[in-house]
Design a protein around this ligand. Structure first.
Ligand SMILES: C[S@@+](CC[C@H](N)C(=O)[O-])C[C@H]1O[C@@H](n2cnc3c(N)ncnc32)[C@H](O)[C@@H]1O
Length: 329
């Protein structure tokens, strides 16, 4: 199948999908998806039309433009500390609704890998718990950001506070790991639904919850900027291919099935799945990001990372190639 891209609101789109009831059916016909790997908007707020507009104009809203370093332009980042109590409740309700839809479209035992932030991950968890999903872990993606670590506002007038920061500088990103429950043994679920476990890196090494330094490369940003002829801005939240390929690889324990990214953005999850030989579906609401993803995915997929050098992935690619060659024999 490869990949399929849908330009729609995820909540409306997934509401129209059938319940997952039949392990033999395709994902559109009640067979469900095997995993969800996604980086959602946090949302509700930062990707509301008015805030996207402010971000595009480089002024205000919930977006903060970090200072440029060494002359290089920084991407805007959301300022989550501006959320009110009402915003936080809205966030929890949002993730509960997302959790319910994920529950509906996932196969039993299907995993969800969802990017989060230190300040808001408990709202995602509360929503997902309410939706009946099972918490499995919090993955730590090492990534040095410019968030946090600031001195108190006005501290330049108070030399006695020069050694104070209001918050830690953020050097890691949490990815919550959830699973749709199943009521048989893992081996039985694997046999029926091909889900329930995580794929190991190799026979000797399991998938681990510490994801090594995962900075988004300049190359990924440039690809999205080139796919945005209007402003040449990159997508504000592009995730690196090395990270996304690691997660997609772990998401399909038997290397069989379909990965869904309900908040596709520039398409980094879909491209990662494509690069390691997995099928995927991406959904994006914003028309220009959807167009950006269409162009960026083939280019992201060409990026070379150490992940696809692993024996397990080389075997998938080799099997794929021999199948496509046999189509001509
Ligand atoms: C955090 S970004 C994902 C970025 C992505 N990981 C990448 O590497 O480009 C979230 C994306 O979800 C999209 N989005 C927000 N609300 C949505 C909705 N209700 N349905 C579908 N997409 C939505 C936004 O336009 C944005 O592109």
């Amino acid at each position: 199948m490869g990949y399929e891209l849908i330009n729609a609101n995820t909540f409306e789109e997934l509401s129209s999908w059938p319940e997952t009831t039949d392990p033999q059916a395709g994902w559109q016909d009640g067979g469900g998806v095997h995993a969800i790997v996604t980086d959602p908007p946090y949302g509700v707020i930062e990707f509301m039309e008015e805030n996207v507009e402010k971000m595009r104009q480089g002024s205000g809203g919930v977006w903060r433009i970090p200072p440029s370093l060494d002359g290089s332009q920084r991407n805007p980042v959301p300022r989550f500390t501006v959320l009110t109590e009402e915003d936080k409740q809205m966030l929890q309700d949002y993730f509960e609704k997302l959790g319910e839809l994920a529950y509906k479209v996932l196969r039993p035992g299907g995993h969800i890998f969802i990017a989060s932030t230190q300040l808001l991950m408990h709202y995602v968890s509360k929503g997902f718990d309410e939706a009946g999903l099972e918490r499995r872990d919090v993955l730590v993606r090492e990534t040095k950001t410019l968030r946090g670590g600031d001195r108190p506002k006005g501290a330049h007038d108070h030399p006695e506070y020069s050694m104070v920061s209001s918050m830690p500088r953020v050097y890691w990103e949490p990815w919550l790991l959830y699973r749709k429950p199943f009521d048989t043994k893992l081996v039985e679920n694997l046999e029926t639904w091909q889900t329930g476990g995580l794929r190991r890196e190799s026979e000797d090494r399991p998938f681990t919850d510490l994801l090594e330094d995962g900075k988004t490369g300049k190359r990924e940003r440039e690809i999205t900027a080139a796919a945005n002829p209007e402003s040449e801005d990159s997508h504000p939240n592009v995730k690196p291919q090395s990270l996304m390929r690691e997660l997609c690889h772990a998401a399909l324990p038997l290397k069989q099935g379909v990965i869904l990214d309900p908040f596709m953005g520039s398409g980094s999850t879909v491209a990662a799945a494509e690069a390691i030989g997995y099928d995927s579906v991406g959904i994006e609401l914003d028309d220009s990001y959807y167009e950006m993803a269409k162009q960026s995915i083939p280019r992201f997929a060409e990026i070379s990372t150490p992940i696809e050098q692993r024996e397990d992935i080389r075997k998938t690619k080799a099997a794929e190639e021999s199948t496509s060659l046999s189509d001509f024999s």
